[in-house]
Write a protein that binds this ligand. Structure first.
Ligand code: ARG
Length: 244
């Protein structure tokens, strides 16, 4: 090849690379994010839209990473199976990063710290620790950490519900003595329902994190980097103020 031809080949390759580069920039990657929108103020439905702290956080993270997000609302106990079956790419659902769940999926850095609380009827006597649930009828939500915590206490009559509001309804009607739930959603129920209160008992600390499939280290790293940025630039604090 003479010099001229070589230069032309290099130039053509160059133009080709630039063209491809531009092209891939236009095509924004889309990921599916699983949640269970029955957990206000983290995620709940408002006029058919999934809103809440987690949803805002997810939107900010997707802006940071430069990806498009489609939320998939499903039953809470269907989330981990959906992730493992690759029906969703990640989960954000006020999900506690438990040792048990860590066996199946990877979790991001913690984005919220919470604990279980006990809700009882307003007129009922205070319950100051979880052991005092012994001998009582206690409502939990199927598959939530509250379910695990209460099921481990001997002598409790555990009633499992598919949704928090049904358990709260039963509590108000006196069909059960207590409901165990994460602190913020519990506060939300108490605010919106007459005749119930939160006891002084405080459960162990739990850490909410986003879940990603074990073989998707790339996405996990992007999420963690984005989370750090949002914590540093004040966006995360703004969201905390907005929702709590
Ligand atoms: N933190 C609890 C858990 O991980 C409850 C989470 C419920 N979240 C929801 N979106 N329904 O088990």
């Amino acid at each position: 090849m003479n010099k001229m031809m070589k230069m032309m080949v290099v130039a053509i390759i160059g133009i080709f690379m630039v063209a491809c580069g531009n092209n891939s920039k236009e095509k924004i990657e889309k990921i599916y994010v699983g949640t269970n929108a029955e957990f206000a103020p983290f995620e709940y439905l408002e006029n058919g839209k999934t809103v809440g702290f987690d949803m805002d956080l997810m939107a900010e993270i997707s802006k940071e990473i430069g990806i498009e997000v489609e939320i998939k609302d499903m039953a809470f106990d269907g989330l981990l199976p959906a992730l493992q079956a690759k029906k969703v790419d990640m989960i954000i659902a006020g999900m506690t990063a438990t040792e048990e769940r860590k066996k199946a999926v990877n979790f991001s850095e913690t984005y919220y710290k919470a604990n279980q609380v006990i809700i009882i009827a307003e007129g009922a006597e205070d319950i100051s620790n979880f052991e005092e649930l012994k001998g009582k009828k206690v409502g939990v939500i199927l598959g939530f950490t509250g379910d695990v915590v209460v099921s481990e206490i001997d002598g409790v009559e555990v009633k499992k519900y598919n949704a928090g509001y049904v358990a709260i309804m039963d509590l108000k009607e006196g069909k059960i003595d207590a409901v165990v739930l994460d602190g913020e959603p519990a506060k939300n129920f108490v605010k919106n329902n007459e005749g119930i209160k939160i006891t002084s008992a405080e459960g162990e600390k739990e850490e909410y994190a986003m879940a990603v499939s074990k073989d998707n280290a790339e996405l996990l790293e992007k999420i963690n980097t984005a989370l750090t940025t949002l914590k540093e630039n004040g966006t995360y604090d703004k969201l905390l103020k907005k929702w709590f």
